[in-house]
Design a protein around this ligand. Structure first.
Ligand code: FRU
Length: 500
């Protein structure tokens, strides 16, 4: 049997896990909800991606983790590493709660200039900048229970030391004061921290990561405000021959399809102020399950984002037993002109091509009613690409033998895409989960492309070169192994089905 790499490593992880905990009856392969090529923790709770940094050929992915239960609780930073963004190996927990509090979301940088003095033996330190959340202070009331702290590693993320001067940024009396994302701002020769501060984003600067000064804040009067602002990221992106700055902000609740969502603003940043080009609200991903996504640091002009593939509406209740939540596939971000305006586009990273086992392509055919995708699709792990024009509605129906299904489609009359998981599996764990999410088609071109990535319990839709994106999870009793394309006189230019 040929085992593809991601699967092999998952299998290996299982073997390792089960040689230690052989009493467990489940394993990755037989767990029908366990993603086979998305990162999920071996066990217990996970939420936001944290501290993502690329160093010496390794992508580090830290994550919000509660290693005792499958529900949210005292937060730690879990850790996973990958050399190719596809095969992940879970590492020992990186950061544990301490007397200052639980370890909430944050970022990591490589301090090449040793501004912090944490470097050792001429090697730069990996420095994590995170929020300490003090549960006891929170219970006492008041607004000072979140503040920013540092930890550093001199062995590429294996072991960590908390800075004795923590916290490095005290709370000025703002209830939601968290999720620092830090980058080196070369022009100003200083670090910039982008911090979520309740209903806005505040920028701080520092020469050494240890002392921070407020520069400005932005966002109080515009953008989505259906919920608190969280997990920001400020990135400089190439735009044609110039560059622009993109500010990502997650909000919860307030999403266009309910619950958690990530919005973004396009503008300029001068080291002090972020000035948005306009005050429109733009959603990065219209699906219900892509939250708290930020980009890897230290990847140069290549901007790669990964998000938490869940939603606070039901994250604690989804029907998985040993573990909870997965990450999205990593996506490469670009800033491109879409329908006359700069827009963030997302494309799955090219590294995913490694997973490919089999490919079938069809060209120029018409679908009248129903077309069954090749019978080789028997695992439910696929990439499907369709090229057609925008003159007809059509949909992909993913289903199993229990009459459970998820429909991903394009509605011509409304010019929108949708993911309908109303009948995706047993109900009961959440009232809000079983719904139909919609997204406007942002590109207005006549020809359209839709690319789907299906795993055992998720689908990610990238339409029109990643200008409209939707991500959704589901929990059927049996993996969706049947996929049909439905349409009425739908002229398909090309259909490619890749089996992972
Ligand atoms: C976002 C978030 C962050 C916070 C973390 C706590 O999902 O609420 O704002 O740091 O999760 O786990």
């Amino acid at each position: 049997m040929k085992i593809f790499p991601a699967f092999a490593s998952i299998l290996l992880a299982c073997i390792i896990t089960f040689s230690i905990a052989s009493a467990q009856s489940n394993n990755f392969k037989s767990d029908r909800h366990r993603p086979q090529y998305h990162f999920s923790p071996n066990e217990h709770w996970m939420n936001d991606p944290n501290g993502m940094v690329y160093y010496n050929g390794t992508y580090h992915l830290f994550f919000q983790h509660y290693p005792e239960k499958t529900i949210w609780g005292p937060m730690h930073w879990g850790h996973a590493t990958s050399r190719d963004l596809v095969n992940w190996t879970q590492q020992p927990i990186a950061l544990f709660p301490d007397s200052l509090g639980w370890i909430f979301s944050g970022s990591a940088v490589i301090d090449y200039k040793n501004t912090s003095g944490f470097g050792k033996d001429n090697k730069p330190a990996m420095v994590a900048i995170f929020t300490h959340h003090n549960d006891s202070l929170e219970k006492l009331g008041g607004n000072n229970h979140q503040y920013q702290s540092l930890a550093y590693s001199n062995d590429e993320g294996k072991t960590w030391t908390k800075y004795e001067g923590n916290p490095v940024l005290k709370n000025p009396g703002i209830q939601d004061f968290r999720d620092p994302k830090v980058f080196w701002y070369e022009k100003g020769n200083k670090w910039i921290m982008t911090l979520a501060t309740k209903d806005r984003i505040t920028f701080y600067s520092s020469p050494d990561l240890k002392t921070w000064e407020k520069e400005s804040d932005v966002g109080a009067g515009f953008g989505g405000h259906g919920g608190v602002w969280e997990c920001p990221d400020l990135i400089e992106m190439k735009y044609g021959v110039t560059s622009k700055w993109v500010l990502l902000v997650s909000i919860n609740p307030g999403g266009p399809n309910g619950g958690s969502v990530t919005q973004y603003f396009v503008g300029d940043f001068d080291g002090k102020n972020f000035t948005p080009d306009d005050t429109l609200t733009r959603w990065m991903d219209y699906g219900p399950d892509n939250y708290a996504g930020v980009t890897w640091s230290n990847t140069g002009s290549r901007k790669i984002l990964i998000g938490w593939m869940s939603n606070w509406l039901y994250a604690n209740k989804v029907p998985t037993e040993r573990w909870r939540s997965a990450m999205t596939i990593p996506r490469q971000l670009s800033l491109e002109r879409v329908n006359g305006k700069p827009a963030l586009t997302q494309r799955p990273v090219g590294e995913l091509a490694k997973l490919e086992r089999k490919r079938s392509s069809l060209t120029a055919f018409t679908v009248n009613r129903k077309f069954d995708l090749p019978s080789s699709i028997k695992k439910g792990l696929n990439k499907i690409v369709i090229n057609t024009d925008n003159s007809k509605s059509f949909s992909f129906v993913l289903s199993n033998t229990r009459e459970q299904k998820v429909i991903v489609g394009y509605d011509k009359a409304k010019d929108e895409f949708y993911i309908d998981r109303t009948f995706s599996g047993p109900r009961g764990f959440s009232d809000e989960f079983f719904s139909r999410a919609v997204a406007p088609r942002l590109a207005k071109t006549r020809m359209m492309t839709m690319t789907l990535f299906t795993d055992q319990a998720s689908v990610e839709l990238f339409a029109d070169d990643g200008s409209t994106v939707m991500t959704a999870v589901y929990f059927p009793d049996e993996v969706f192994k049947n996929i049909t394309l439905e349409g009425d006189g739908l002229k398909v230019r090309g259909l490619t089905v890749v089996e992972y």
